[in-house]
Design a protein around this ligand. Structure first.
Ligand code: ATR
Length: 284
């Protein structure tokens, strides 16, 4: 599609943004659907978030993605916010509405769709989240929203895990989330839990590392997702598979967070077949 006078603009604000795969996802989707839309990246310094959001609205920009370090700060610049995004306290997608942008968190929608794609339901399941950063926090809320029976947040720094557990329990209005030290994984006495690995341990070039090494932990798990996608098969996934358990990486989560944003901006539904075309490109 040639850029012309009616081309709509979407984009990503953050810092850094040059490495982002989002332009590939969105421009490819626009091409496949024949939408007259272009997606660009905008490097925005920390002090310029308010000006960037106001400017984007004034320029009739259709929607924005937000990446680190602005996912919290951007909340102050919204006219409305999705309930789950507000509870998480992080927004990665701005949708144009009358009077300003509304904020959503499509990172968790991305994981949600990946889980349904691979046939994992969180309902009534015990879920173990390894790590307690921003991604872990969003995922813990997803688990609560999807009616997991128990959520264990296991982290090197216990206090951070406890903060997430407290916030989730307040949101769920019951004590479903618990914090634990990562070293407790080896003596974890549950069975058939779903594991979601959210730490940065194992990211390329540290391909042969992972935050939890205890065999018993993998032996007793049902399935696992590592939100890392570089390497394509992480050490966490290898250990899961060594114990005969299915394991998935975070590439589909990344794809589907983009797909969910595109759907919100264009009020459309992207089929899994179309998403798969882009997924095959991303794997290369
Ligand atoms: P994000 O926002 O992307 O989720 P983050 O906030 O940088 O990332 O969080 C990184 C996570 O990886 C944290 O849970 C961190 O543990 P701490 O809270 O104890 O720092 C975890 N992490 C990083 N390096 C680790 C290591 N060597 N061993 C165990 N956990 C590690």
């Amino acid at each position: 599609m040639d850029i012309n006078g009616t081309t709509r603009v979407c984009g990503l604000i953050g810092n850094p943004v040059a490495h982002s795969i989002s332009p590939v996802i969105h421009n490819r989707l626009a091409g496949l659907r024949g939408d007259n839309l272009v997606y660009a990246t905008f490097k925005v310094e920390a002090g310029n978030v308010a000006a960037a959001v106001k400017g984007a609205y004034a320029l009739d920009i259709l929607g924005l993605n937000v990446t680190v370090p602005h996912k919290q700060a951007v909340i102050d610049e919204l006219v409305d916010i999705d309930e789950l995004a507000a509870a998480i306290g992080a927004v990665n997608t701005l949708v144009r509405t009358e009077g300003g942008f509304k904020g959503y968190n499509t990172d968790i929608l991305g994981l949600d769709r990946e889980l349904s794609d691979v046939g994992i339901s969180l309902e009534d399941k015990c879920v173990v989240i390894i790590g307690a950063g921003g991604a872990a926090r969003a995922i813990a809320f997803l688990c609560a929203g999807k009616k997991a029976s128990e959520i264990y947040i296991m982290n090197r720094t216990l206090e951070k895990a406890q903060n997430i557990a407290d916030a989730v329990n307040e949101y769920a209005k019951k004590d479903i989330a618990k914090a634990a030290g990562i070293s407790e994984c080896g003596s974890f006495d549950k069975k058939d839990y779903i594991v979601i690995q959210t730490t940065s341990v194992g990211l390329h070039p540290h391909d042969d590392e992972t935050a939890v090494t205890a065999d018993e932990f993998y032996e007793n798990a049902a399935a696992g997702v590592d939100i890392i996608y570089n390497p394509y098969e992480t050490m966490f996934m290898k250990l899961m598979k060594k114990h005969g358990k299915p394991a998935y990486n975070g590439l589909k989560m990344l794809l589907y967070q983009g797909v969910a944003a595109y759907e919100l901006w264009n009020d459309c539904k992207i089929s899994s077949d179309m998403a798969d075309i882009i997924y095959e490109d991303m794997k290369k």
